[in-house]
Every structure is written in structure tokens, then in C-alpha cells.
Design a protein around this ligand. Structure first.
Ligand SMILES: [Zn+2]
Length: 104
């Protein structure tokens, strides 16, 4: 795991304002002092696809635990972790939704 620090969020996305009608570019506005990405910021961005896959994997797991009524059903050995798992699922769902994926 990297010990490099990244710029704390929230990071903002802005649309390119070059004025070209065919332009569909976006920029990430990281609030660092000079506007450049640090190595830690670049590594975080590069890891984003893998992290998204990991979050989607977590959300795939939730299907095994939730009942049709919205309750959570856990094997006995996991039952002490029910509250923690619900928080993990919530955070993963919010992060995936933030990426623009469909609500899970
Ligand atoms: Zn542009």
C-alpha cells in the first residue's frame, strides 16, 4: 500500500470551456497549491478503476445478505458484524453512485 499522500477531497469535475462544439473533455480540479497533480494524486486516479471494481464486488456480496424486505440476513458467524456490513454496503453504494453508475 502506498504511503504517498493525496490531496484531500472533494475533488471537482469541470467541463472544458474551449468552446469547440465537438469537445467533450472534462478536467479534475484538485485543490493543490499550484494546480498540478502530486504523485499521490496521480496514483489515486490511476487506481480508481481497480477501486471501483472492488466496490462493485462488495455490492455484489450484499445481494447474498439482504432479504426481499430490506432486512439483513447473515450467517451466524457474521451476525456480530451486521451493523458494520451495512455501513460498508452504504459507503460502497454511495461511492459507485458518485461515479455515475446506476443506483445499486
Ligand atoms: Zn475543450
Amino acid at each position: 500500500m502506498s504511503d504517498l499522500e493525496h490531496t484531500p477531497g472533494p475533488w471537482k469535475i469541470s467541463k472544458c470551456e474551449c468552446g469547440h462544439p465537438a469537445c467533450d473533455s472534462y478536467f479534475i480540479n484538485v485543490t493543490s497549491s499550484d494546480g498540478r497533480l502530486s504523485l499521490g494524486d496521480a496514483q489515486l486516479i490511476a487506481a480508481a478503476p481497480d477501486m471501483l471494481d472492488a466496490l462493485k464486488g462488495i455490492l455484489d456480496c450484499q445481494e447474498h445478505f439482504y432479504t426481499e424486505q430490506g432486512g439483513i440476513r447473515l450467517p451466524e458467524q457474521l451476525s456480530p458484524w451486521g451493523g458494520v456490513l451495512q455501513v460498508i454496503f452504504k459507503v460502497a453504494r454511495e461511492a459507485v453512485t458518485k461515479v455515475g453508475g446506476k443506483e445499486v
